[in-house]
Design a protein around this ligand. Structure first.
Ligand SMILES: [Zn+2]
Length: 220
């Protein structure tokens, strides 16, 4: 069977099953989206978020790229973030990396492949910042998985360092940013326990609405 025939048949069957289960499902979706969660994940074909967190179409606003990197100069990522926060008014942002990530592995291979080498520079920066810890992990797959975790935390902080998220916090919006990781070996998602809910989550130099002085007052 050709891939076109297979995918079309799958689609017709899926649409029928959805409608049989909930006759108003598509009527409701057609009126618009109101997701509460923005999901930033890896492009890896094994990492399809709505499937492994059990959500339906309409419940997750999604941005994916190789190694789930959040660049402030990435027009695509920043547009998704701004639209999610300002127009859709999501309440949660999840940055979810995964173990056995090819992007993370490639970042440490010292090989030249093309544009992706430049894309993964941010992951190399994360390695460089944590190289003392990472070099102590002799098992290479374990070292890469730890780098994947550190990268998720770094990218979640990058979300918090944007003017977009900080403007939402300054306006009193309830918005939290979380770092999770998905294990392709068993299908389980793990909360890395890094949750950011206010501008005090980020270092003073990255803040736009509160200064270091405010920080001192906040912690006293
Ligand atoms: Zn990946």
């Amino acid at each position: 069977m050709s891939f076109r025939k297979k995918l079309m048949e799958n689609n017709r069957r899926w649409a029928k099953e959805m409608k049989d289960e909930d006759p108003e499902f598509f009527t409701r979706l057609a009126k618009g989206q109101k997701p509460e969660i923005l999901w930033i994940g890896c492009s890896d074909a094994r990492v399809s978020a709505p499937d492994f967190v059990g959500l339906q179409p309409g419940e997750l606003f999604v941005h994916r790229n190789i190694a789930n990197v959040v660049y402030h100069t990435d027009l695509n990522c920043q547009s998704v973030l701004e639209y999610a926060v300002e127009a859709l008014k999501v309440r949660y942002i999840v940055v979810c990396g995964h173990y056995n990530c090819g992007g993370i592995r490639h970042a440490l291979e010292n090989t030249e492949f093309g544009i992706i080498d430049n894309w993964l520079k941010e992951v190399k920066d994360v390695y460089q910042a944590h190289r003392d810890e990472l070099r102590l992990i002799e098992n290479m797959p374990a070292r890469l998985n730890r780098l994947a975790e550190l990268n998720v935390r770094h990218q979640a902080l990058n979300v918090c360092r944007t003017s977009i998220v900080q403007k939402a916090w300054a306006s009193g919006r309830e918005l939290s940013v979380h770092a999770w990781i998905y294990d392709v070996n068993d299908g389980l998602v793990h909360d890395l326990k890094y949750s950011f809910r206010d501008p005090y989550s980020v270092e003073p130099v990255y803040r736009y609405h509160v200064t270091e002085q405010h920080d001192l007052e906040h912690t006293q």
